[in-house]
Design a protein around this ligand. Structure first.
Ligand SMILES: Cc1cc2nc3c(=O)[nH]c(=O)nc-3n(C[C@H](O)[C@H](O)[C@H](O)COP(=O)(O)O)c2cc1C
Length: 155
């Protein structure tokens, strides 16, 4: 089999433009966790399913695995500061962030473009990532403009 150039593969995959989300949950001690994610995708309308993928090496990987689900917050155009904040390994990512708790107990970030409160449906191994399929139990959206990610840049 041809040897894959991982850097060029990452660059090539980055030619697909996406939105930017912050996926949140609660760890075993009840502390909010969250990370910037662009691997989010819709899966099914009935039942209402979505997915995202987490690198198995992420510091918060174990916490997301034991959780009962997650919330997806789609970022609006003026929330680039949150994109940077939640893609760092800061200890208190939620400091100075306005958020509230969802019905399922996960952080919902104020003024996001849309949010989806999800219960774990099924999680699957996908190579060096884990695919987390969740069932939407409640959601909301607004008419704000989206933050986008393309070619390694957000805009
Ligand atoms: C635009 C963007 C999209 C990202 N998407 C993902 C993703 O889909 N899955 C993932 O595991 N990490 C993704 N990351 C990296 C994580 O946000 C980053 O490693 C974060 O620090 C992980 O959180 P943790 O350190 O609390 O575990 C993305 C980063 C950026 C800037």
């Amino acid at each position: 089999m041809e040897v894959i150039d991982t850097n060029f593969l990452r660059k090539s995959l980055g030619k697909f433009s996406t939105g930017v989300t912050i996926v949140t949950s609660i760890d075993g001690d009840g502390i909010p966790i969250g990370m910037t994610v662009n691997s989010f995708s819709s899966v099914s309308l009935d039942p209402a399913l979505v997915l995202w993928c987490i690198d198995k090496k992420q510091p918060s990987y174990d916490a997301f695995m034991v959780g009962k689900g997650y919330a997806v917050n789609i970022l609006s155009k003026d929330q680039s500061d949150l994109c940077y904040k939640f893609s760092s390994q800061s200890h208190d990512k939620f400091e100075n962030v306005n958020w509230k708790i969802s019905e399922n107990g996960f952080p919902l970030i104020e003024n996001s473009l849309a949010w989806f409160d999800c219960k774990k449906w099924n999680y699957y191994s996908g190579g060096d990532h884990q695919i987390l399929v969740g069932e939407i139990t409640s959601f909301n959206s607004s008419d704000l403009k989206p933050l986008t990610f393309w070619n390694g840049q957000i805009s």
